[in-house]
Design a protein around this ligand. Structure first.
Ligand SMILES: [Fe+2]
Length: 269
């Protein structure tokens, strides 16, 4: 089975459509790791698109906050404003849909899906402090997670060595390809469709090819081709921040201005 794995779309319809265009014909099923909404200008349209497309969707912290399942008190100021903006625009049906999304981790076809960490859906898996305990306690070979908006992940080799998976950009858009070793254990983050925070502003997603006959899994992550500046407009190009309206903005400047990258993990949201 060939899966398209999406995460952290954050109401960015433009970036979502670009990913779907690039992935066309290369997947059988779509899975979503949460945060459909929050930040971007098209929450209802993104929900409709993902709902009609994805076989499994789990909830993210923004899905909870924007549908009123949790409050946004712990969010940074930008995320809080975006949550309020989104709440006012979501249709009642879509609020109900977000509230109905299952909590991760969810085991699907031999691997797990979770928004944050396997032990806590809202925890950020940013480094060995969170990744090592998760890897040592995995009940499946792989966990696909989001929440950090960083494409890449972590693994335990068959010999028990811990490694980070860092995706290196290439001009053709294919950034990383990974063949899973049978006795390896993997935490894979497909990156964020709608608001990357890993220094590459191109929308990110992941393909997973799962071959039970061979007992091997092949995963590769792709970002749209082109240089980062050109593709900036395809990523978090618009924002639902009330002060910014829906004007196209430069996401690099936007994020610097709001110091999102400098915030501690607990304030990433
Ligand atoms: Fe997110």
């Amino acid at each position: 089975m060939r899966y398209l794995i999406l995460s952290d779309i954050h109401s960015n319809l433009e970036a979502l459509e670009k990913c779907l265009e690039l992935a066309e014909g290369k997947f059988d099923e779509t899975l979503c790791l949460g945060d459909l909404v929050g930040y971007g200008p098209d929450p209802n349209a993104v929900i409709e698109r993902v709902r009609s497309l994805a076989k499994v969707i789990i909830r993210g912290n923004h899905d909870k906050a924007c549908s009123g399942l949790s409050d946004a008190a712990e969010f940074n100021p930008l995320a809080r404003l975006a949550t309020e903006w989104t709440r006012q625009r979501l249709t009642p049906e879509h609020i109900g849909f977000l509230r109905s999304l299952p909590q991760g981790p969810l085991v699907f076809d031999g691997f797990q899906m979770v928004h944050g960490a396997p032990i806590d859906e809202d925890e950020y898996v940013l480094g060995p402090g969170q990744a090592l305990p998760a890897l040592r306690n995995l009940t499946t070979q792989a966990v696909f997670f989001g929440h950090t908006h960083y494409q890449g992940g972590f693994l335990l080799t068959p010999k028990g060595r811990f490694q980070s998976i860092r995706c290196q950009g290439k001009p053709d858009g294919l950034t990383y390809e990974l063949a899973f070793e049978e006795d390896g254990r993997y935490l894979i983050n497909p990156g964020s469709v709608g608001q990357p925070r890993d220094g590459d502003w191109r929308a990110a997603f992941c393909h997973l090819q799962y071959g039970p006959a061979s007992g091997r899994v092949l995963s590769h992550s792709i970002r749209p081709a082109g240089d980062a500046e050109e593709n900036a407009g395809r990523g978090p190009s618009r924002c639902a921040h009330p002060a910014a309206g829906t004007r196209p903005i430069n996401p690099r400047r936007f994020l610097q201005r709001n110091n999102i990258e400098k915030l501690p993990a607990s304030k990433l949201d």
